[in-house]
Design a protein around this ligand. Structure first.
Ligand SMILES: Cc1cc2nc3c(=O)[nH]c(=O)nc-3n(C[C@H](O)[C@H](O)[C@H](O)COP(=O)(O)OP(=O)(O)OC[C@H]3O[C@@H](n4cnc5c(N)ncnc54)[C@H](O)[C@@H]3O)c2cc1C
Length: 441
């Protein structure tokens, strides 16, 4: 199975490179403009490549399951972020090189007097800079996620459309009508990818709504939302996967929030549950969602699942609300009658905030399940693990050889960084541990 995903991943990588490089090399076919010095040609080439990479960014976040499946959404979003930095560097290097080799072009920076093709270049570059700065400092500047998201899309559209207008306006390599048509078609394709996620997908979701069947309070300032498909069969998911949930308003609003499924994937009537911790404006209102409310789900997504990584023994390491995908895995294994050993290392603040505490105890009856609670603020007389999950805690509770088990980690970033380091210390190869970071978006 892993080999199949690796093969598909390689194919998508090749498709990505073709989409970045082929439109640029196509410019070298047909009639060519008079030759110029190396640095001018080089700066033009990286400008084209930068624009193609920017355009493809719409594809990376278009949530095509076929594309994201081999890696998982978090890896795709990480790639999206890193590629945006490379694309911006290329787009910025394009005018900088030109200004160095041909200083007379600096006059084009005068926005009032410059021709439109240069104004479009400036508009594209400034939008890109604003986009990247906002993305890098969103959390630090306390920009509301929804506000940032709206501006992220708007600035990306302006950057790509103005970049193309600059190219077509300059027309140096685009004298042949077919070359112009190729780049315009590419831009329509990129923007079509955005329309896919913002219009086509929501239309699909509108036709497949869910009804809230139950709202259940859980330990640890959390609520479980149980949802039943309304008028359709729903979808099947793998334990550990997640979906984007829209509660208030239509799926066309950019307000979907990602949540892992916490229920068993073995359920066949389409019912799904998500367990949501109060962490902000959306999550704090979950307890007030009325039963019967129409909601929308876009999913399932994610590669964080035991189904893709069969093992003789599963080690699940959760911190706080990171228990939700683990709960789905444990409930599913119980429903499947799976008798392979599972060790759950579960970090919580105190005994009272251990979400699913009683149910986990009960599940031990149906599974070969060992639970190790690690408490930050343990009560007097607590004889279990205290503090945080460390390499020493892992060594105390896991049988050797450590590299033989499959590890699943979900929790706050600091905890995940520490565990990944600890697993490295225990010589567990990277391919054996799987992480779901709730901060990836
Ligand atoms: C794959 C995945 C699975 C998750 N599973 C769970 C889960 O099972 N249970 C749970 O309680 N939490 C889960 N989360 C976290 C959850 O999505 C955020 O806590 C929630 O969206 C915060 O929304 P808010 O408006 O209440 O908080 P805010 O205070 O507005 O936001 C806090 C942070 O959450 C992120 N966020 C906010 N809105 C969105 C959005 N629309 N889309 C994406 N990110 C957003 C941003 O990084 C933001 O800075 C998951 C996150 C991811 C990425």
């Amino acid at each position: 199975m892993q080999l199949r995903y690796a093969a598909r991943g390689t194919v998508w990588l090749i498709v990505y490179l073709v989409f970045v490089l082929a439109p640029m090399f196509a410019l070298l076919a047909g009639s060519l403009p008079p030759e110029r010095d190396f640095w001018t040609e080089f700066s033009v080439a990286i400008g084209y490549a930068g624009l193609a990479m920017m355009g493809l960014q719409f594809g990376l976040t278009a949530r095509f399951r076929q594309v994201t499946e081999p890696w998982g959404e978090d890896v795709i979003y990480h790639f999206h972020r890193q590629v945006s930095l490379i694309a911006v560097a290329l787009v910025l290097a394009h005018p900088i090189i030109l200004f160095v080799v041909r200083p007379e072009l600096l006059a084009l920076l005068n926005f009032v007097e410059a021709p439109w093709r240069a104004r479009f270049a400036a508009l594209s570059t400034y939008s890109l800079i604003a986009l990247v700065v906002m993305a890098l400092w969103r959390a630090k500047w306390n920009i509301r996620y929804e506000t940032w998201h709206f501006w992220h899309i708007a600035l990306a559209l302006v950057a790509v459309a103005a970049g193309l207008s600059h190219m077509v306006g300059w027309s140096f390599y685009l004298a042949d009508p077919w070359k112009r048509a190729l780049w315009i078609a590419l831009t329509i394709f990129w923007i079509g990818l955005l329309l896919h996620v913002r219009i086509v997908k929501p239309l699909f979701m509108l036709r497949r709504p869910y009804r809230v069947a139950e709202v259940r309070r859980e330990r640890g300032d959390s609520w479980t939302l149980a949802m039943q498909p309304a008028g359709h069969a729903g979808f099947r998911f793998s334990p550990g996967q997640f979906a984007w949930l829209t509660v208030w308003g239509s799926p066309f609003k950019i307000t979907g929030h990602p949540f892992s499924f916490s229920s068993s994937a073995a359920v066949t009537d389409g019912r799904v549950e998500m367990t949501i911790r109060n962490l902000g404006d959306f999550t704090s209102a979950i307890g007030n969602v009325p039963v019967g409310k129409r909601v929308y789900l876009d999913g399932p997504y994610g590669a964080f699942t035991i189904d893709r990584n069969p093992a003789d023994m599963h080690v699940l390491i959760a911190g706080g609300v990171g228990i939700t995908p683990m709960m789905s895995m444990i409930r599913t294994l119980a429903d499947r009658g799976d008798k392979r050993p599972i060790v759950l290392l579960y970090g919580s603040r105190d005994v009272e905030s251990i979400t699913f505490r009683e149910e986990l105890e009960a599940l031990k009856e149906r599974l070969d399940l060992t639970i190790v609670h690690v408490l930050k603020d343990p009560p007097a007389g607590w004889t279990g693990e205290k503090g945080f999950i460390t390499a020493e805690v892992l060594e105390r509770h896991l049988p050797e050889p450590y590299a033989d088990h499959e590890y699943f980690i979900c929790g706050p970033d600091v905890m995940m960084d520490a565990i990944e380091k600890a697993l490295g210390k225990l010589k567990v190869p990277l391919s054996k541990y799987h992480s779901e970071r709730y901060s990836f978006v």
